[in-house]
Ligand binder design. Sequence first.
Ligand SMILES: Cc1cc2nc3c(=O)[nH]c(=O)nc-3n(C[C@H](O)[C@H](O)[C@H](O)COP(=O)(O)OP(=O)(O)OC[C@H]3O[C@@H](n4cnc5c(N)ncnc54)[C@H](O)[C@@H]3O)c2cc1C
Ligand code: FES
Length: 251
Amino acid sequence: MPAFKRFDKSYKIISNKEICTGYFELKIRVGDVAGYCSPGQFFMIGVPGVFLRRPLSIHDVKRDVLSFLYKVVGKGTKILSAMQSGELQLLGPLGKGYDLETYKKSNPIIVAGGTGIASVYFLATKLEKKGTLYYGARSKRDLLCLDKFKKMGWEIVVSTEDGSKGHKGYITDALSEKLDENDVMFVCGPTPMLRKVLQIAKSKNVRGFVSLEEKMACGVGNCQGCAIKINGQIKMTCKDGPVFKIEQVEL
Ligand SMILES: Cc1cc2nc3c(=O)[nH]c(=O)nc-3n(C[C@H](O)[C@H](O)[C@H](O)COP(=O)(O)OP(=O)(O)OC[C@H]3O[C@@H](n4cnc5c(N)ncnc54)[C@H](O)[C@@H]3O)c2cc1C
Ligand code: FES
């Protein structure tokens, strides 16, 4: 686990490419900052012309270059997607990421929905054991990073809501029969998917970690906009998470 240090500086964009319709991979040279990043952490990105910074998970780190994988959904990500050069103000790395140590002998199961795949790819590169990726998306066009997971030796199960690839329906339908107590789960995706995965994991006594994507304004614990109940207590998703233990989360 890298030492904790947070930076707030502007860095040069190396590239910002549309990897498939509506999804972009942004690469930024960040120097020493790269050494402080761990899977599940995120940065608040200052986008010119929008008031609040936007949270994006660390998708990958290669030497001194950070990658972010994002979907264009609104004003901030639209402006960001048009930036091919120049500098961006980055605050981070922020939050507490995935615990890679406690269950490192267990069989890893990653469950990702939609853009949740962005953060779990960096996680997969850091896990000692390779396991199974369960990945659900709307359609074949929304499935990202499959080749990269395959290359690392991960087994892949996909589902799409329209049936254009893999199981037709939700990824949680494919997941339920396969789990046992030797597995450890790492989960990131939209809240309805998380809710269902938590239900399945708890019913099967499977331990693990879930990354929550609450709306965030400050990203550092000041505005209380990302409050969530963890183990019966109010916590800030940005500062105390975004990754929490499965058994502690109530959604
Ligand atoms: C910790 C964390 C990590 C994230 N990582 C990724 C990632 O790696 N890739 C990716 O595509 N998306 C990610 N998201 C979601 C991403 O932050 C939003 O899609 C983005 O902020 C939308 O901004 P916008 O201006 O385009 O949209 P708008 O809808 O115009 O945004 C308006 C406001 O809502 C906030 N917001 C909107 N949608 C979300 C959302 N789903 N989650 C959190 N805040 C939101 C924005 O920050 C902004 O303050 C992450 C969210 C969080 C909390
Ligand atoms: S985003 Fe402000 S407290 Fe979490």
